[in-house]
Design a binder for this molecule. Structure first.
Ligand SMILES: [Zn+2]
Length: 87
């Protein structure tokens, strides 16, 4: 994890700050005349290969819950529908 060495309250603070920054940025964009009404946020997760046998994937298999699988990538993507091929 990225914030491994930080306490939960520090994480909260960072999150609050980040959200405030994003809000300010979006407000600025909007006052610049940008149309943000179609803006979308998507969470993406790339799981390990279906045949992977690491600890996480094994647990996922035994519990029959794909959400427990190991992750290669995990993050967020902001996009405008129709503006990119992979939306
Ligand atoms: Zn795995």
């Amino acid at each position: 994890m990225m914030f491994k060495h930080r306490s939960p309250s520090q994480q909260e603070k960072i999150l609050t700050l980040a959200l405030r920054q994003i809000e300010i940025m979006l407000k600025n964009m909007q006052s610049d005349g940008k149309d943000l009404s179609r803006l979308k946020l998507k969470k993406f997760q790339k799981t390990h290969h279906i045949d992977c046998s690491c600890k996480l994937c094994k647990t996922a298999k035994t519990k029959n819950d794909p959400r427990l699988r190991g992750l290669l990538e995990d993050g967020f993507k902001v996009y405008l529908p129709g503006s990119s091929k992979d939306s």
